[in-house]
Design a protein around this ligand. Sequence first.
Ligand code: PLP
Length: 364
Amino acid sequence: MDKIMPNRLDRGFFQHQQEFEEKALEVLRSGWYVLGKEVENFEKEFAAYLGAKHCVGVASGLDALWIAFRILGIGSGDEVIVQGNTYIASVMGITINGATPVFVEPDEYFNIDAEKIEEKITGRTKAVLVVHLYGQASNMKPIVDVCRKYNLRLVEDCAQSHGAKFDGQMTGTFGDIGCFSFYPSKNLGAFGDAGAIVTKDDRIAEDVRVFRNYGSEKRYYNKVVGTNSRLDEMQAGFLRVRLQYLDELAREKRATCEKYLDRMHNEKIMLPKIREGATHIWHQFVVRTEKRDELIRYLDEKGIGTIIHYPIPPHLSEAYQYLNLQEGSLPITEKYAKTVLSLPLYNGMTEEEQDIVINAINDF
Ligand SMILES: *Cc1c(COP(=O)(O)O)cnc(C)c1O
């Protein structure tokens, strides 16, 4: 038996190989490669899937984030509230514009603790960035309320939550802007870099559309100093293929995780919890254990690979030394960084592979 990898992108390709290959040829033969009909159609289809008014494709999830804050006019001197335990890209989306991240501790579902937002609000706070981490929707009701009460912008980082809902509403549609990544390992993954923003605001959608293409509304007429963050036809075409199967792919992953939750029993290992009213699309299956180093070594010896999402919280990373936040400033975030471990999970995972992971966890 081959080693079981934490993720297997090849399996996802082979699940719909013929359609991906046909789409690749169609785009190659079309003679049009960047911002064309595949992108337009993907934008329409993804907006419809989410129940969002507009979707604008960009080049990556990070671009979606920083362009979102740029278009909202949030930058130097402004503060943005974000959870401490996130992928560093969420934070870079804030700091690229010169704004300051203000970190809030997570709840037991790995998402921002909505009760702890209000105490972090100052006169400089302009927005809350909610990250639906690992695929589970955050506790949106109190978050929307606090943003309303203090007149704050609400931006959602949905890089890990394509199709996850809170109270029946899609993540990405609660706030001013929803930011998506379609990096290959995401639940809706391309075969290269890709991203998008969604919004109900006509003006924001139009501003992002102009900004992503050198600030030009019409070719060679530049309205603002923009950037090059265009989505290409090949990636948009692949995303259209995969979007048709997104619910099916989510069901498959959910079945695997339900089996994990049902059959894994080990008092040294805490299994992930699901919030009432939230759906989880299982970007990652993240357990917690005080014996993480031993567990990693033990699973590796059994031919099972794992990953830590994420070993160093952004506030302690070298990149953010300038924020002057010491170890101990976010105890829950730091504890999660020391104890979380993502077990193998991917579309196209065999029953045999799942059983090997379950048995290994139970025998540890
Ligand atoms: C992947 C990811 C991003 C960044 O997306 P890219 O497409 O890699 O730029 C941002 N936030 C979170 C939570 C992510 O997981």
